[in-house]
Design a protein around this ligand. Structure first.
Ligand code: ZN
Length: 133
Protein backbone atom coordinates (compact mmCIF):
# COMPACT_ATOMS: atom_id res chain seq x y z
CA UNK A 1 0.00 0.00 0.00
CA UNK A 2 2.89 2.37 -0.63
CA UNK A 3 2.52 3.27 -4.31
CA UNK A 4 -0.58 5.41 -4.11
CA UNK A 5 -1.40 6.97 -7.45
CA UNK A 6 -1.67 10.71 -7.33
CA UNK A 7 -5.29 11.74 -7.15
CA UNK A 8 -6.53 14.98 -8.49
CA UNK A 9 -9.33 16.20 -6.37
CA UNK A 10 -12.14 18.57 -7.14
CA UNK A 11 -14.57 19.65 -4.48
CA UNK A 12 -17.95 21.01 -5.30
CA UNK A 13 -20.03 22.39 -2.46
CA UNK A 14 -23.71 21.81 -3.00
CA UNK A 15 -26.30 23.65 -0.95
CA UNK A 16 -29.42 21.58 -0.55
CA UNK A 17 -32.89 23.14 -0.54
CA UNK A 18 -32.93 22.66 3.25
CA UNK A 19 -29.98 25.01 3.51
CA UNK A 20 -27.54 22.27 4.45
CA UNK A 21 -24.30 22.35 2.47
CA UNK A 22 -22.45 19.25 1.44
CA UNK A 23 -19.06 18.91 -0.22
CA UNK A 24 -19.03 16.59 -3.19
CA UNK A 25 -15.53 15.38 -3.93
CA UNK A 26 -14.57 14.22 -7.40
CA UNK A 27 -11.43 12.15 -7.87
CA UNK A 28 -9.46 11.62 -11.00
CA UNK A 29 -7.01 8.84 -10.41
CA UNK A 30 -5.47 8.71 -13.85
CA UNK A 31 -2.15 10.56 -13.80
CA UNK A 32 -1.32 12.02 -17.19
CA UNK A 33 -4.92 11.93 -18.34
CA UNK A 34 -6.83 15.15 -18.61
CA UNK A 35 -9.47 15.26 -15.92
CA UNK A 36 -12.97 15.73 -17.20
CA UNK A 37 -13.60 19.39 -16.57
CA UNK A 38 -16.78 20.46 -14.85
CA UNK A 39 -19.25 22.09 -17.21
CA UNK A 40 -20.75 24.79 -15.05
CA UNK A 41 -23.57 25.54 -17.46
CA UNK A 42 -24.84 21.95 -17.27
CA UNK A 43 -27.15 21.09 -14.37
CA UNK A 44 -25.92 18.08 -12.44
CA UNK A 45 -29.47 17.43 -11.35
CA UNK A 46 -31.53 17.51 -14.55
CA UNK A 47 -28.97 17.95 -17.35
CA UNK A 48 -30.32 21.33 -18.48
CA UNK A 49 -27.67 23.54 -20.12
CA UNK A 50 -29.19 26.77 -18.83
CA UNK A 51 -27.42 26.97 -15.47
CA UNK A 52 -26.37 30.53 -14.71
CA UNK A 53 -24.42 32.27 -11.92
CA UNK A 54 -26.24 34.05 -9.12
CA UNK A 55 -23.09 35.22 -7.39
CA UNK A 56 -19.34 34.84 -7.69
CA UNK A 57 -16.24 35.97 -5.89
CA UNK A 58 -12.54 35.30 -6.01
CA UNK A 59 -11.38 32.44 -3.82
CA UNK A 60 -7.62 32.73 -3.94
CA UNK A 61 -5.53 33.62 -6.98
CA UNK A 62 -6.77 30.93 -9.39
CA UNK A 63 -10.13 29.88 -7.97
CA UNK A 64 -13.61 31.33 -7.95
CA UNK A 65 -16.48 30.60 -5.64
CA UNK A 66 -19.60 30.58 -7.78
CA UNK A 67 -23.22 30.19 -6.77
CA UNK A 68 -25.18 28.55 -9.56
CA UNK A 69 -28.87 28.13 -10.27
CA UNK A 70 -30.74 25.91 -12.69
CA UNK A 71 -33.95 27.59 -13.94
CA UNK A 72 -35.28 24.23 -15.09
CA UNK A 73 -35.36 22.25 -11.81
CA UNK A 74 -34.56 25.02 -9.30
CA UNK A 75 -31.30 23.33 -8.29
CA UNK A 76 -28.88 25.78 -6.69
CA UNK A 77 -25.43 25.27 -5.31
CA UNK A 78 -22.18 26.99 -4.50
CA UNK A 79 -18.82 25.59 -5.53
CA UNK A 80 -15.19 26.55 -5.86
CA UNK A 81 -13.93 26.22 -9.41
CA UNK A 82 -10.65 26.70 -11.20
CA UNK A 83 -10.05 29.75 -13.37
CA UNK A 84 -10.14 27.85 -16.73
CA UNK A 85 -13.50 26.26 -15.88
CA UNK A 86 -14.96 29.62 -14.94
CA UNK A 87 -13.59 31.13 -18.17
CA UNK A 88 -15.28 28.42 -20.24
CA UNK A 89 -18.49 29.06 -18.31
CA UNK A 90 -18.16 32.76 -19.12
CA UNK A 91 -17.74 31.95 -22.83
CA UNK A 92 -20.78 29.68 -22.68
CA UNK A 93 -22.80 32.50 -21.10
CA UNK A 94 -21.62 34.86 -23.87
CA UNK A 95 -22.77 32.35 -26.46
CA UNK A 96 -26.15 32.09 -24.75
CA UNK A 97 -26.50 35.87 -24.65
CA UNK A 98 -25.59 36.15 -28.34
CA UNK A 99 -28.19 33.50 -29.21
CA UNK A 100 -30.84 35.38 -27.21
CA UNK A 101 -29.99 38.67 -28.94
CA UNK A 102 -30.21 36.96 -32.35
CA UNK A 103 -33.65 35.56 -31.48
CA UNK A 104 -34.80 38.92 -30.16
CA UNK A 105 -33.70 40.70 -33.36
CA UNK A 106 -35.53 38.11 -35.46
CA UNK A 107 -38.64 38.60 -33.35
CA UNK A 108 -38.47 42.40 -33.58
CA UNK A 109 -37.96 42.19 -37.36
CA UNK A 110 -40.92 39.82 -37.71
CA UNK A 111 -43.11 42.15 -35.64
CA UNK A 112 -41.99 45.16 -37.67
CA UNK A 113 -42.70 43.37 -40.93
CA UNK A 114 -46.18 42.57 -39.70
CA UNK A 115 -46.76 46.21 -38.68
CA UNK A 116 -45.44 47.51 -41.99
CA UNK A 117 -47.69 45.08 -43.84
CA UNK A 118 -50.71 46.18 -41.81
CA UNK A 119 -49.83 49.85 -42.38
CA UNK A 120 -49.46 49.27 -46.15
CA UNK A 121 -52.78 47.44 -46.24
CA UNK A 122 -54.47 50.30 -44.33
CA UNK A 123 -53.01 52.78 -46.85
CA UNK A 124 -54.29 50.69 -49.74
CA UNK A 125 -57.74 50.52 -48.15
CA UNK A 126 -57.79 54.30 -47.55
CA UNK A 127 -58.05 53.83 -43.78
CA UNK A 128 -55.22 56.30 -43.27
CA UNK A 129 -55.82 59.91 -44.25
CA UNK A 130 -53.75 63.10 -43.74
CA UNK A 131 -55.89 64.03 -40.71
CA UNK A 132 -54.41 61.02 -38.90
CA UNK A 133 -51.08 62.86 -38.58
ZN1 ZN B 1 -31.61 21.40 -13.32
Amino acid sequence: MSAQPEHRQNVRRVVLPSGKAIDVVYYDGRPGCAAPRPELHVCGSCGSELVYPLDWQEAGSVHWQVTLRCPNCEWAGTGVFEQPDVERFDQELDRGTAALVRDLKRLVRANMEEQVERFAQALRDDHIVPDDF
